[in-house]
Design a protein around this ligand. Structure first.
Ligand code: SF4
Ligand code: MG
Length: 336
């Protein structure tokens, strides 16, 4: 098997003054060598918490992974010591965040920051680490790389800083790169350039990418597979074609409506999905989307929708896909 990462039935909760929030409720994620998986959903859907769980970055307390496994090459990293985990972070699995300024140290040169890990943890010489830094800066499209290594973060534009963060994440040649909203803070032109860069990197380095985003448009060109999350669960997953051309879950369809189309009139406002996600202090018993769903039936609020595989690898958690709901309705056994 070329399976690199397998997250199985992950549950994560947070204790707050308002009570316990069930942020992630039974999520599965699997990533193969060299593929790009996108995890898409509104803020608060649990996508970032899922990513942080994979990196074991959930602060405990208030957070807690209450159930599940995170298998990296078959080993459950949730059982690793913090010391062993440090040898995974950055080297095997790397992560970049939305705002590169908060992750870069303003008082150190780019060169120092890029080489720090290699010198400290991998015991590379200054010269070897410098060579690697130079080639990584070139890879991410920063010209004059030799001069640039001596500069500080504030001497770079937002887009350039994100390129540096990507270079930093790739320094140790990781197998998985997790990018949490990597283009959200950037303007549209720069966004497109950074997305192209991800494609390019993947081709050259063969790294698997997990792209976390609230914007389906961002992953249209990039993702091999897409998982749509809502209220702590995956509601639909499939390859890019299935999700864009044959979306089945009412929530996915709603998200697609809010993706701006290149050929569309720019003045037409996007149609957001009316309503807000449920609060996750006491998650709903049935379908979490029921309050916002134009197709909701009575069964939706009473029972959790089962997952139906509508095509190979294309799974949907919605009662509309389940023939039993229709049959029971016709037999008068189920209120719809
Ligand atoms: Fe809508 Fe029901 Fe499907 Fe949920 S299960 S998305 S409420 S039709
Ligand atoms: Mg987030």
């Amino acid at each position: 098997e070329d399976k690199l990462l397998d997250v199985v039935d992950l549950h994560v909760s947070f204790d707050t003054y308002g009570g316990r929030v069930h942020a992630v409720r039974g999520v599965n994620v699997s990533v193969k060598k060299g593929e790009t998986l996108a995890i898409v959903g509104e803020s608060g859907c649990g996508k970032s918490v899922t990513a942080q769980s994979i990196m074991r970055l959930i602060a405990e307390p208030p957070g807690k992974i209450t159930n599940g496994e995170v298998l990296f090459k078959g080993q459950d990293i949730l059982s690793f010591s913090e010391k062993k985990m440090r040898s995974i972070r950055g080297r095997e699995i790397s992560m970049i965040f939305q705002d590169p300024m908060t992750s870069l140290n303003p008082t150190l040169t780019i060169g120092d920051q890029l080489t720090e890990g290699l010198i400290k943890h991998q015991k590379l010489s200054l010269k070897e680490a410098g060579k690697r830094a130079l080639s990584m800066l070139k890879l991410v499209g920063i010209s004059n790389a030799k001069e640039r290594l001596k500069q500080f973060p504030h001497q770079f534009s937002g887009g350039m800083r994100q390129r540096i963060m990507i270079a930093m994440a790739l320094m140790c040649d990781p197998e998985i790169l997790i990018a949490d909203e990597p283009t959200t803070a950037l303007d549209v032109t720069i966004q497109a350039q950074i997305l192209d860069l991800f494609k390019d990197i993947q081709k050259k380095m063969g790294v698997a990418i997990i792209m976390i985003t609230h914007d389906l448009g961002v992953v249209a060109q990039l993702a091999d597979r897409i998982q749509v999350m809502y209220a702590g669960r995956v509601v639909e997953e499939g390859n890019r074609r299935d999700l864009f051309y044959r979306p089945q879950h009412p929530y996915t369809r709603g998200l697609l409506h809010s993706v701006p189309r290149m050929d569309a009139d720019r003045n037409v406002p996007l149609v957001p999905i009316a309503g807000t996600p449920p609060d996750l202090f006491s998650p709903p018993i049935g379908c979490a989307f029921a309050d916002r769903c134009a197709y909701a039936m009575e069964v939706c609020a009473l029972h959790d929708p089962p997952k139906t595989e509508v095509a190979s690898g294309h799974r949907v958690a919605c009662w509309l896909q389940d023939v039993r709901a229709q049959q029971a309705f016709e037999a008068g056994e189920l209120p719809m």
